[in-house]
Design a protein around this ligand. Structure first.
Ligand code: NDP
Length: 444
């Protein structure tokens, strides 16, 4: 049998592409060598969000105490929490599998290897298709230290952490390093964050990042800028981390979060015309076609913007394009909203003033910062900061950058304003909802 489409990888992008292709009448097979749902479900967004929710417990209790409540310190049963998280992920794995089954997609468990442009090998079986979509995602890139790589964990390992350590050392300054630094610091763990550059979250608005750094949970995070880890050694029950300036840090857990690498090894791509970039990701054109015209790729494996909703959009667009051209909705990735699950959270969409300047767009910013009403009795410190980047020419909102307890939820809806090219006047015309924090962005 020759399939119309074989999708390799049942993560967010692959499952969406397979489902839509099947809805359009294509005969589809899905190859997966691991759990259904990919990084997001198994070792990414979903379990991270559970970690994040749990990490808010001490902050929330401290706030209610400030209202006069007497609450004893919480006892976190970490083992039970991990079990509950695992159970939920198994439920989601089944949902993903059911999506495939309910859409009559043939599931084949195993690793796919191209043996030609229209043939793959899975185990001992040769499968043929007219078209292929590679959606194999990525995996954590482990830094090569002089010594001690085996003592270093990645984001794949941290989701099965056996017990909460007292001290943690994290290397990296991107999404993963910063989210885990804040999650574990809020759980009372002392964090040493090792970052090779001068500015963590370097693509984000600088004021927002400064505001985040000032909101250091009980001063539990110590950032070592312009440093890297060179060596990790185990000494009895602890680890000794050596930095490039010879400084020594003693710790109970080491996490490396220095980026991810596309899963293209062992796919047999050398048997096709598919080309890969230096960082192992697959080269595609704007319609996700590789240099082999019947082979396409979507999601983290192309290393465009490595976010779940982006992979889903790419997979959906591609399935429409390949199997029902009339239904195709063009994608627009100019303004992708994104959030960092720190505390407070960061939400961002569109241009920063720095980016506007680089693109020679005449723009200015309006900002406001304050303490949210919820924390009236707890602290004097500000926990919310909003920024709009506005075009001088016609007052179009070019970017929105916020940091607040619910920034991820807010930015989803605020993003519509940037995508719709709404103006500052549209904000001013809108009546505020009172008393809220978000009214401050309307009346900015
Ligand atoms: P990022 O690319 O975001 O950050 C990697 C960090 O590691 C950077 O700070 C980088 O430094 C540093 N780094 C890279 N190589 C080295 C090295 N050899 N030695 C020391 N430091 C190094 O990757 P992450 O791993 O944090 O996240 C991977 C992807 O997952 C992201 O692209 C993101 O899109 C996605 N993600 C999204 C989340 C969300 O939406 N909330 C949450 C988690 C992940 P430098 O800054 O100098 O380049």
């Amino acid at each position: 049998m020759i399939y119309d489409l074989i999708v390799i990888g049942a993560g967010s992008g692959g499952v969406r592409a397979a489902r839509i292709a099947s809805v359009h009448g294509a005969k589809v097979a899905m190859i997966e060598n691991n759990k259904f749902g990919g990084t997001c479900v198994n070792v990414g967004c979903v379990p991270k969000k559970f970690f994040y929710y749990l990490s808010q417990i001490n902050k929330d209790i401290a706030n209610y105490k400030s209202y006069g409540c007497k609450i004893s310190d919480p006892q976190i049963n970490w083992r039970k929490f991990i079990q509950k998280k695992d159970k939920e992920i198994t439920r989601l794995n089944t949902i993903y599998e059911n999506i495939l089954n309910n859409n009559k997609i043939k599931i084949i468990k195993g690793s796919a290897k191209f043996i030609g442009s229209k043939k793959i090998l899975v185990g001992k079986k040769i499968l043929q298709a007219k078209k292929f979509i590679i959606a194999t995602g990525g995996k954590p890139k482990k830094t090569d230290f002089l010594e001690g790589n085996k003592h270093v964990n990645t984001s794949d390992d941290i989701f099965s952490l056996k017990k909460l350590p007292k001290r943690m050392t994290i290397e990296g300054g991107g999404y993963i390093a910063i989210e885990f630094a804040y999650i574990f610091a809020n759980l009372g763990i002392s964090i040493n964050l090792i970052y090779r550059g001068k500015r963590i979250l370097k693509t984000f608005d600088e004021d927002i990042v400064d505001f985040l750094i000032k909101n250091n949970p009980n001063n539990k995070i110590k950032i070592h800028f312009e440093k890297t880890i060179t060596e990790v050694n185990k000494l009895k029950k602890e680890y000794v981390v050596r930095l490039d300036d010879k400084k020594i840090i003693k710790t109970d857990y080491v996490l490396s979060a220095t980026g991810r690498i596309a899963n293209t090894k062992n796919l047999g791509l050398e048997k096709t015309k598919v080309q890969i970039n230096d960082n192992h990701s697959i080269k595609v054109n704007r319609h996700f076609q590789t240099h082999e015209k019947n082979i396409y790729a979507v999601g983290d494996v192309i290393d465009y913007v490595n976010l779940t909703p982006v992979a889903i959009r790419q997979g959906h667009f591609l399935a429409d394009k390949l199997f029902n051209n009339k239904k195709m909705i063009e994608y627009d990735f100019t303004n992708i909203p994104t959030a960092v699950f720190t505390s407070p959270q960061i939400g961002t969409v569109g241009l920063t003033l720095e980016m506007a300047k680089k693109n020679k767009i005449d723009a200015y910013e309006l900002t406001t910062s304050f303490k949210s009403m919820k924390k009236t009795f707890l602290t004097k410190d500000k926990d919310t900061f909003y920024k709009l980047v506005i075009s001088k020419k016609d007052k179009t909102i070019l970017g929105i950058h916020i940091i607040s307890d619910d920034a991820a939820e807010l930015i989803q809806l605020l993003a519509v304003n940037v995508v719709a090219r709404n103006t500052l006047d549209d904000f001013k015309k809108t009546v505020a909802v009172h008393p809220t924090s978000s009214e401050e962005i309307i009346t900015i």
